[in-house]
Design a protein around this ligand. Sequence first.
Ligand code: HEC
Ligand code: HEC
Length: 352
Amino acid sequence: MCWHMRTFKPAIAISISALVSLSLAGCGDDDEDEAPFGTADEVSQAETLIAAAKGENYDQLMNGWELFPGKINPTTSGAPHGNGFASIFVDSTFAGSSDKANPDEDSIIIKHNLKSESLTDLDSITVMVKMEAGFDTEHKDWFWAKLSPAGEVQSNPDNIKLAGRIGSTEGEKPGCIGCHSQDANDYIVTPFPAAAFGSGDEVKKAEAVISAAKGENYDQLTNGWQLFPGTNNPTTSGAPHGDGYASIFVNSTFTGSSDKANPAMGSVIIKHNLNSATVTDIDSITVMVKMQPGYDAANKDWFWAKLSPAGAVQENPDNIKLAGRIGSTEGTKPGCIGCHSQDADYIVTAVP
Ligand code: HEC
Ligand code: HEC
C-alpha cells in the first residue's frame, strides 16, 4: 500500500515538501538494492522533527511536550539506550490518544539517552513516530530514527542512515524493530503505569526528597529550609492533614521565587502533619514539588506524595503508592489534586 502526503500536527511543524517525496519510499519502485530505511527524505524528516522540537530548554523539552506517562525527568533506563538514564518525551497527539499503547497517527516519542543523570549530557536521541496506516503494516507503522545530540541522523556500520523502517538489516544488530517487536502489543517497551500515580519513578523521587531534607533536626528542618511564609512552627492546620497542628517548610527555590503562588520549578513544600502541638509528634508527611512544565500540564505540574514519619511512601486503600499525580482515583477520596485544585494555584495555605 502506498502512503500519502501527510503532515505532523502544527506543534511540530514538519516541512510538507520533505514528506511528499518521502512517500516514494513506501510506494516501492521495485529497486531491490534499496535499503528499507535511510533515504534522504527519511533523514530530512527526522532532522526536521528534532529541529522543531528544540526550544530554549531543549534538554527538558518544555515547549509543549509532556513526559512519558508516569515518568519523571530523568528516568532510569536500561540497555541499549543511554547509560542508565534517559528523558522520555511525548507530543500532544500522543498525550491526547485514548489508547496510549496504540497512539493516534502522528504521535511522537523522543528519548534522550543520557550519559549521566545530567539532562544536558546527551549521548544520542532516538525517535519513534506513528505514521499513517500502511507505512509499515507488519510493524505497527512506526518510523524510527537515531540522531546525535546536535540533531543529525547517525549511520549504522554499513553507512546507512538511521531513519525510517529500521529493521534487522541494521548491520549485525537487531535494529530498532528487532528489539521493540518483542513488545508485540505496541512496540513501546517502556511500561505504562498501572495507575495515574505511584510509578516506581515517582515513589523513588518522593523518598529521595524526604531523605535529602532529613537533617539533624528533621522535625524542625533547620538545615536550609524555611517556614512557609507567615506560618509558625507549629502552625494550626485544618482537616484533612494532621490533628490541628502542622509544620510547613519550603526550600530555597520556593523562597527565592518572585511569585510564590506560582513558584519556580524545583520548589518544594513539605508539610509535617502533627498529632499534637509537639513538632516531633509527626503523623504523616505530605509533599508538593513543582515539576517541569509537561509533568502534569492540567494541574500546574505539581508532584504530590504522602509519606510515613520515617519517610516511606504510604499507600491508598487500593494499595497504590501515594506519589505522583495523585488525582481523584485515590480510593473514594478526592485525592490531593481534587482538594487542592479548589485553590487556583493549588497552594491552600494563604501566601501573605
Ligand atoms: C537491544 C534492544 C533495542 C534496540 C536495538 C533498540 N531499542 Fe529502543 N528501547 C529498548 C528498551 C529496552 C527500551 C525501554 C526503555 C529503556 O530502558 O531504555 C527502549 C525504549 C525506546 C524508546 C522510548 C519508547 C519505548 O519504546 O519505550 C524509543 C523512542 C526508542 N527506544 C527508540 C529506538 C530506536 C529509534 C531504535 C533504533 C535506532 C531503538 N530504539 C533500538 C530496546 C532497544
Ligand atoms: C480534603 C482536602 C485535601 C486533600 C485530599 C489534600 N489536601 Fe493538602 N491541604 C488541604 C488544606 C485545607 C491545606 C491547608 C493547610 C491546612 O489547613 O492543613 C492543605 C495543605 C497542604 C500542604 C501545604 C501547602 C498548601 O497547599 O497549603 C501540602 C504540602 C499538602 N497539603 C499536600 C497534600 C498532599 C500530598 C495530598 C495528597 C496525599 C493532599 N495534600 C491532600 C486540603 C487537602
